[in-house]
Design a protein around this ligand. Structure first.
Ligand code: FEO
Length: 395
C-alpha cells in the first residue's frame, strides 16, 4: 500500500498477516506491519526496507512511489532483519544509490549479507547532528542506541516535521487492521504497550534519552517502523512513552499473576482478587501465567504498581511458568513495584523462597510481607492471612 503522509513523503510499508510469531516469540493476532517510507525531492531517499518475507510487495510499493525515479539514498535506521531484508537487493538494483547509516550499523551490515562488496565505497556514516539535504527537505540524524539495538538512529525531516522514529512508538498489528494513520485504532496503547515492554522495556534510560532529544524538535508527525503513522495529539503517545520508560505505573491497581499445577493455587489467586476488589482496589487484573499470553502478563506487571504472585512449589523450587515469568521480568529490568507472594506446597513449600531470591535481585521491588503459604488447597482458615496480605499490598 502507498499512502501519502505528505505529497513528497509517502508510506510504502507492508503488512504481514501470515506471521505466526514476531521475533520468534510474540503472538500477533492482528498481524504485523513493517513500515518504510520514501521522500521525493531533488534527491530521493528511501527510509528503511522491510522484512524479506514481504520483499516483493515492498518493491512494488517502492516502484509505484518512485514513478520512474531512482533513489539517491537508502537511510538505514536499524539493521534488524524485520527492516533490513531488502537492503542487498536495493543496493543491486540501484548501483548509484548510497547507504546512509550510523558507523555501527555499517559495521554490522556484512553480518547479514553474504556479499559485503555491495557496500564498498557506497556508505555514508552519519553521527549525532549530521544532516542530509534532499532539496526542500532535510534529514537530521539523531542517535538512539539501544532503542532497540546499538546501531539505531532516528531521523527528523525538518520541512514537514516528520520524526522517523525507528522502533520507537511502534506497535503490534497490521495497518490494514488499525488504519494507516490509526483511524481504525480505538486503543493504540494496548498493543503498543505490549510491544514496548517486551521489546524495548529493558532500555528505559535509552528511551528517556531519545525522548529528551525529540522534545527539542518541532515534531508534527511520528513515522515509526511498526504501527500507524501518528499525526494527531502526539502528546498522548509521548506521555505514555515517558511513563513507560521511567518505569512508572500507568494504571492504579493490582496485577494478580498465578501459576497453578492442580488448581489450588489458582483458587487462592482468584480469592485474593476477590478480596482486593472488596477492599476497594480500583482495578484488579488476573492472569494464568501458564495459559495466557506471556507477553501480556509481562506488560501487566509493568502497567500496575502492585503485583501479587501466587505460585506452586515444584522440584524443590518454583513452578516453571512463574520461574520463567520472573526470569523475563529480571531481564526487562522490572523495578519500582510492590510485590506480595502466595506460595503453595504440599510437603515442603519452596516457591516463596525462590520468588524472594529472584525479586531480591531487582531494583526497588518491595516485598510487602512474608509469603502466605497454602498447603495443597486453600481453606477457610487461610482467609485471614490472605486478607492481611491484601492489606499489605494495598498499603
Ligand atoms: Fe522492528 Fe528492532 O526491529
Amino acid at each position: 500500500m502507498i499512502k501519502d503522509i505528505f505529497p513528497e513523503i509517502k508510506y510504502i510499508g507492508v503488512d504481514d498477516l501470515e506471521l505466526d510469531l514476531f521475533e520468534g516469540q510474540y503472538t500477533v493476532p492482528e498481524g504485523m506491519a513493517y513500515n518504510s517510507y520514501v521522500i521525493l525531492d531533488d534527491k530521493v531517499a528511501v527510509m528503511d526496507t522491510v522484512d524479506a518475507r514481504k520483499g516483493a510487495e515492498w518493491r512494488a510499493n517502492l516502484s509505484g512511489a518512485l514513478a520512474g525515479r531512482t533513489p539517491d539514498y537508502l537511510v538505514v535506521q536499524h539493521v534488524e532483519p524485520d527492516h533490513s531484508g531488502e537492503i542487498a537487493r536495493l543496493m543491486q538494483d540501484y548501483p548509484a544509490m548510497q547507504l546512509v547509516a550510523t558507523a555501527k550499523a555499517i559495521q554490522m551490515l556484512p553480518q547479514f549479507f553474504e556479499d559485503a562488496s555491495l557496500f564498498e565505497g557506497r556508505t555514508i556514516a552519519v553521527k549525532e547532528g549530521d544532516t542530509l539535504p534532499l532539496g526542500s527537505h532535510t534529514l537530521h540524524f539523531i542517535l538512539a542506541p539501544m532503542v532497540h539495538w546499538p546501531e539505531v538512529m532516528v531521523s527528523f525531516e525538518e520541512a514537514a516535521g516528520v520524526l522517523f522514529a525507528a522502533d520507537a512508538f511502534g506497535k503490534f498489528g497490521a495497518l490494514s487492521k488499525c488504519g494507516y494513520f490509526g483511524e481504525e485504532d480505538d486503543d493504540w496503547a494496548c498493543e503498543a504497550r505490549r510491544y514496548y515492554f517486551n521489546i524495548c522495556g529493558k532500555y528505559g534510560a535509552q528511551v528517556q534519552a531519545l525522548l529528551k532529544k525529540a522534545a527539542a524538535l518541532p515534531v508534527k508527525v511520528i513515522a515509526p517502523l511498526h504501527g500507524p503513522v501518528l499525526r494527531e495529539d502526539l502528546a498522548q503517545y509521548v506521555g505514555l512513552y515517558d511513563t513507560w520508560s521511567k518505569y512508572k505505573a500507568e494504571t492504579q491497581g493490582v496485577f494478580v499473576a498465578y501459576a497453578s499445577i492442580h488448581g489450588g493455587t489458582a483458587e487462592a489467586a482468584h480469592k485474593m482478587a476477590e478480596i482486593l476488589k472488596a477492599k476497594g482496589c480500583p482495578k484488579v487484573a488476573v492472569s494464568d501465567l501458564a495459559r495466557e499470553d506471556f507477553a501480556e502478563c509481562v506488560e501487566d506487571a509493568f502497567r500496575y504498581p502492585r503485583m501479587v504472585l501466587a505460585a506452586s512449589s515444584y522440584d524443590a523450587g518454583l513452578f516453571t511458568p512463574a520461574y520463567n515469568f520472573l526470569h523475563v521480568l529480571q531481564a526487562k529490568t522490572w523495578q519500582k513495584r510492590k510485590l506480595a507472594i502466595i506460595e503453595n506446597g504440599s510437603w515442603a513449600p519452596s516457591a516463596g523462597r525462590v520468588i524472594k531470591e529472584m525479586a531480591g535481585t531487582m531494583k526497588e521491588v518491595e516485598i510487602v510481607a512474608e509469603p502466605v503459604t497454602i498447603r495443597s488447597r486453600m481453606k477457610a482458615s487461610d482467609i485471614p492471612a490472605l486478607e492481611a496480605l491484601a492489606d499489605a499490598i494495598l498499603a
